[in-house]
Design a protein around this ligand. Structure first.
Ligand code: ATP
Ligand code: MG
Length: 560
């Protein structure tokens, strides 16, 4: 685990108000939550909101939080996702102890509760076809119609058992709760509890051919695990009456309370597993962990820290009304964390050689530089310097534009931490491209300070050509050009940004980076924060991902 958990949600929110009241009134004497991901995709930053609320609330009340894979629906589940979800939760700093469960482990119990409901006259086997089902649903002024709701209990019991035994084809029968056909809440109009599906389950194999619906299975799973507060996103609010109906009418061992919170949305991205899967499967990105993806594995590979993600979630708050957070704010949280923790190094993305014509050819000097001026405890290191260096090609202009105070013939700049140099000219190839820049070094200005106190406006970064390392650097910008690609009805694929990835090769970085490990992060001075890629690095091959720029480029974009 990269980071031990600091308490989440120390500030109050409306969920905690509910819980406080429950504890005060003695409805519960402890707090037990659960995080119920469906193992059909990787976790994204929206799930992160739910899991931080679930685990964070348990932590705040010194309670417990279970991890429960909601594999009730037999389609599309995969061990790959089960493993990845656990890794992501641990990475964020949370732990479920020995309480990892699968919803499908309760199929037997769920079946028994369904039988109990039939015996009480509260459920019946219905044989409307899916088309008839829709047709008989009614509307706000007309109740639903269900010709089978008065089927004798013994007949329903018999049919339900035979459904389980595989005697009927898919769609022939369903088990429905007998609640209220005229309810204004359509979830209460005799909802389906079980349906027939001949599909292999990833854990249960072919043992079952009837599967409970989510609205029936979920409250039962919560109750079996002794969950006190079942926290879920807002779209389940209208399902709460059904949740409570199941809890009240099945002989369950405990009575959990469901509380809903607003979903997290972020602009310039999509947060739906279905859409994210399409991006992966159709090759718009390189995988679930593509650094442009809003998945936790993508953010991690990009260079995000657990602290940055947790801070972002905590600061966007827990609300009762859905809203959209700024992607730029997520980046701000990362920048803030890395500013405090990341070592500063020098790296040159688009290099051009700088030759100091008056500097001795065989000399190498070492300069001691602080690793992080924001955190002196990080110590210092030695950076080597010699006659030939690499600088950023846009730090030289043969004919400067107004206000340009970097290198141009006749101008002086400070080479960060080393010397002041005066540009004397450049060499160009036959196409007119600058291949070398020349300067003279003020040998009296060691450390970068002019002995006569004269003013030098520009400071540029550099690396020593003699010992620097080659690297590939991947620059990312937003995956979508549209601020709301997730809007319903919008073709999100058409909103993709064709320029969201720029790959630079032949970049030059400081020698100290040869000891870096995949996942390590640095500030490249003047450029941004970069993370060593966890997938594509190899011995002798450095690949960096730009996690975030130093300044907010979104603000600039918004102004433009
Ligand atoms: P998706 O819409 O991405 O497919 P889901 O709701 O189907 O998500 P689950 O695996 O069922 O995915 O989600 C696990 C938990 O995460 C659920 O409690 C769900 O409510 C919550 N969750 C999913 N997306 C968000 C979001 N954007 N904001 C807050 N909670 C979310
Ligand atoms: Mg879901």
């Amino acid at each position: 685990m990269e980071n031990n958990h600091t308490e989440a949600f120390t500030t109050g929110n409306f969920i905690h108000d509910f819980i406080d009241r429950d504890l005060e009134e003695g409805v519960y004497n402890h707090v037990h939550t659960r995080f119920p991901p469906e193992p059909n995709g990787y976790l994204h930053i929206g799930h992160c909101k739910a899991l931080i609320i679930d685990f964070g609330t348990a932590l705040k009340y010194h309670g417990l939080c279970n991890l429960r894979f909601d594999d009730t629906n037999p389609a599309k589940e995969d061990v790959e996702f089960v493993d990845a979800i656990q890794e992501d939760i641990h990475w964020l700093g949370f732990d479920w102890g020995d309480r990892m469960y699968f919803g499908s482990d309760y199929f037997e119990q769920t079946y028994e509760y369904a039988v109990a409901l039939i015996k009480k006259g509260l459920a019946y086997v219905c044989e409307l076809t899916p088309e008839q089902f829709r047709e008989y649903r009614g509307d706000l002024t007309h109740p639903a119609v269900s010709p089978w709701r008065d089927r004798p209990i013994s007949e329903s019991l018999d049919l339900f058992e035979r459904m389980k035994n595989g005697e009927f084809p898919e769609g022939k029968y369903t088990l429905r709760a007998k609640i209220d056909l005229s309810s204004g809440n359509f979830n209460m109009r005799d909802p389906v509890l079980y349906r027939i599906r001949y599909i292999e389950h990833h854990r249960q194999g072919t043992k079952w051919c009837i599967f409970p619906m989510y609205d029936f299975a979920h409250p039962i799973q919560d109750a079996i695990e002794g969950i006190t507060h079942s926290l879920c996103s807002l779209e389940y609010e209208d399902h709460r009456p059904l949740y409570n109906w199941v809890i009240e009418n099945c002989p369950v061992p405990s009575h959990p309370r469901q509380i809903e919170f607003a979903r997290l949305g972020i602009n310039y991205t999509v947060l739906s597993k279905r859409k994210l899967r399409k991006l992966v499967e159709e090759g718009y990105v390189s995988g679930w962990d593509d650094p442009r993806m809003p998945t936790l594995c993508g953010l991690r590979r990009r260079g995000y820290t657990p602290a940055a993600v947790r801070n972002f979630i905590e600061r966007t708050g827990v609300a009762k009304v859905n809203s959209t957070a700024e992607y730029g704010f997520l980046e701000h949280c990362l920048r803030e964390d890395l500013n405090a923790t990341a070592q500063r190094v020098m790296g040159v993305l688009r290099p051009v050689k700088l030759v100091l014509t008056n500097y001795p050819e065989d000399k190498t000097e070492l300069f001691t530089v602080e690793n992080n001026p924001e955190n002196p405890a990080d110590g210092s290191r030695e950076v080597s310097f010699s006659r030939e260096l690499f600088i950023e090609s846009d730090d030289f202009m043969e004919t400067p534009v107004p206000k340009y105070n970097r290198l141009y013939p006749g101008n002086e700049v400070r080479l960060k931490g080393a010397y002041i140099v005066r540009c004397t000219g450049c060499k160009k190839d036959e196409n007119g491209n600058v291949v070398e820049v020349y300067a003279e070094c003020d040998l009296e200005s060691r450390g970068g300070n002019a002995p006569d106190g004269r003013k030098v406006r520009g400071t540029i970064h550099w690396v020593n050509a003699r010992d620097c390392l080659d690297a590939e650097v991947r620059l990312y910008s937003n995956l979508f050009t549209d601020p709301d690609p997730d809007a319903s009805g919008k073709d999100f694929i058409a909103c993709l940004n064709p320029d969201s990835l720029e790959v630079l090769t032949g970049c030059k970085v400081e020698k100290c980076l040869e000891n870096g490990k995949p996942g390590d992060r640095w500030q490249f001075m003047r450029l941004g924060y970069f993370c060593l890629d966890s997938r594509d690095c190899a011995p002798g091959r450095l690949v960096f991902n730009r996690a975030v720029t130093l300044k907010d480029s979104w603000a600039k974009q918004a102004r433009a």
